[in-house]
Write a protein that binds this ligand. Structure first.
Ligand code: GLC
Length: 429
């Protein structure tokens, strides 16, 4: 019997590079380095801008203040984007396309590395621009790399967590079926049972992939080919479809991204929530949170035991168009220093990229969920790695969304996903 992917050790699971025969040989600009000048401005210093999505946990500003106090001639300005992954992506694409020299350092989601590197927008982090990655969790380094070269330095990792109301749920569920049975508790308490992120955007790709992985299926097979026409994938997607139909997932969850679902949980409207670790900090500290002392955290539920998260996270990349790459490099190195990593963890409950920090006594004492998070990240399944990722995620999102809205049976949605992913490479040439 084939070992379910979520039981494979990370080294075996590796990064699933999507192999699209149509893109062998590559279209224009798929080999990297074709955009700006990767040799230019390497020694140049001066003010720079750091671009990142919404600083939900207020960790970026204090760090930039700290940096600026120590570097008065190389100050960093923070350009804060929205809290929505797709808008962040599109903003970066527009500014890289415009060769904007003001986007010196950008926070790059793990799924954008291949696309941006292939377009030649990211400075290869090698030779003079090299970054020390020893001790970093392997999946985070792989996620910042493209074709064997590091293009983005891992800053924070991300793994899905099942948040639950420990005041209402005596023993957290290990499987999807157990969780669905516990929805009677939600009903008795007049609240919704479960939510993840189901709006049509990157978060839906994350959630649909997790449903498929956790039921023993996979988006790609071991050869990197789309693998969606399987009973396991169908079962996974059907789990979500059913839960929407019977109300275990409240209808409004079809509009939820991370923040909407976090707020619903914090307001006491949900028994279970799938979200990233950043929620811990806000749910336990925000004045308005109704779940401060009621927050349980465990692994995502699977078929016969724990499920498998999609690997998330962000890395810091230097734009090839930056005028001050020496400063940019020092700033990136600063972001990944242990002191800053600890700050991200304690202030923002972000997932560190160094394995040792998950065993750090001081951190574990403050953040008791660290072992759960480490396991989530180690067993996480990367989303497809390809320069054509926008078309791939579009295929997953569109079809999963139609299925969740009851417009397509799971089987048809998966077979359409399969076809669209197969042609994604060809369409992008
Ligand atoms: C989180 C994850 C990122 C993912 C995004 C989806 O920010 O770190 O990898 O793509 O959520 O919304």
């Amino acid at each position: 019997m084939k070992t379910p992917r979520f039981l494979l050790p990370v080294a075996t699971a590796g990064v699933l590079a999507l192999s699209l025969s149509a893109c062998a040989g590559g279209g224009g600009g798929t080999t990297g380095g074709g955009g700006g000048d990767a040799e230019a401005n390497l020694d140049s210093r001066g003010p720079i801008t750091y671009v990142q999505g919404k600083d939900n946990s207020n960790v970026v500003r204090p760090l930039i203040e700290k940096w600026n106090a120590a570097h008065p001639d190389e100050k960093v300005t923070f350009k804060e984007q929205t809290d929505q992954a797709d808008q962040q992506h599109d903003d970066l694409v527009q500014n890289f396309q415009a060769k904007n020299a003001d986007y010196d350092v950008a926070s790059v989601d793990v799924v954008w590395t291949a696309e941006f590197a292939a377009k030649g927008w990211l400075q290869p982090l090698k030779d003079k621009m090299a970054i020390e990655t020893t001790g970093m969790l392997e999946p985070t380094v792989e996620a910042g790399s493209y074709k064997g070269t590091l293009y983005a330095a891992p800053v924070s990792s991300d793994g899905g967590i099942l948040y639950y109301r420990k005041d209402l749920v005596p023993e957290p569920p290990k499987t999807w079926d157990e969780m669905m049975e516990m929805c009677s508790i939600a009903e008795a308490n007049n609240m919704g049972c479960y939510s993840g992120q189901f709006k049509q955007y990157e978060g839906l790709t994350v959630n649909a992939s997790e449903a498929i992985n956790s039921a023993g299926g996979s988006v790609l097979n071991d050869e990197g080919k789309p693998n969606l026409n399987t009973p396991e994938a169908e079962e996974g997607l059907n789990n979500l479809i059913e839960a929407f139909k019977n109300g275990n997932i409240p209808a409004e969850a079809i509009t939820y991204q991370e923040e909407e679902s976090r707020r619903a949980f914090q307001e006491g409207k949900l028994l279970f929530l799938r979200n990233w670790p950043y929620v811990y900090n806000l749910a336990t500290t925000e004045g308005s949170s109704q779940v401060k002392d009621k927050l349980g955290m465990t692994a995502l539920p699977g078929k016969d035991g724990p499920g498998a998260s999609s690997l998330g996270g962000h890395s810091a990349a230097i734009s090839v168009y930056s005028d001050h790459k020496a400063t940019a490099l020092d700033f990136v190195k600063f972001l990944i220093e242990e002191e800053q990593q600890k700050f991200f963890a304690t202030q923002g409950s972000l997932a560190p990229v160094f394995g040792s920090l998950y065993e750090d006594q001081e951190l574990v004492a403050k953040l008791p969920y660290l072992p759960v998070l480490k396991t989530s990240i180690e067993n996480a399944v990367p989303r497809p790695v390809t320069p054509f990722y926008p078309a791939v995620t579009q295929a997953i999102q569109e079809n999963a969304y139609a299925a969740l809205k009851g417009e397509k049976p799971a089987k048809d949605a998966l077979s359409d996903m399969q076809k669209s992913i197969e042609s994604a490479g060809a369409g992008s040439q």
